[in-house]
Design a protein around this ligand. Structure first.
Ligand code: 5GP
Length: 131
């Protein structure tokens, strides 16, 4: 069965997409830790990041770097934190989380539940700053 992220890639379900190329896509986490929390995903569906082939693995990180630069310009933060968890969705993704404090990347804390309009606004800003 296709993962929830493949459904976003295929536009079968909505996602607030901020960047995309032939092999990778980035969209907002639907329940972010903080505003501007983005997931970067290889289009090829693999469960575990360390099972990616080297080319996809390195490309994913290079794409994430470009997305992080766009988030930096769009959200008030000191820097962008990076995490890989993957315990919920079995399709590789890198979390990019704007940081103002250590607690901003604490996955045990409660997550946010922004409105569609709030998500649209931050997605538009990141998309504009992606190049
Ligand atoms: P992980 O697999 O790294 O533990 O967490 C998966 C992440 O995907 C969570 O932060 C969760 O909020 C996010 N997520 C789960 N379902 C969806 C969805 O349908 N759309 C989006 N944009 N994010 C999702």
């Amino acid at each position: 069965m296709a993962s929830i992220f493949t459904k976003i890639i295929n536009r079968e379900i909505p996602g607030h997409i901020v960047a995309e190329d032939d092999n990778y896509i980035a969209f907002l986490d639907i329940n972010p830790l903080v505003e501007g929390h983005v997931l970067v995903v290889p289009k090829e569906e693999t469960d575990y990041i360390f099972n990616l082939d080297d080319k996809v693995f390195s490309g994913l990180h290079l794409f994430s770097k470009k997305v992080a630069k766009a988030i930096e310009k769009s959200v008030d933060c000191i820097r962008i934190g990076v995490a890989v968890i993957g315990l919920e969705v079995p399709h590789v993704h890198i979390h990019l989380v704007p940081l103002n404090s250590m607690n901003d990347i604490n996955f045990s804390k409660g997550k946010l539940n922004p409105s569609k309009e709030e998500l649209e606004e931050v997605a538009a800003a990141i998309k504009k700053n992606f190049n």
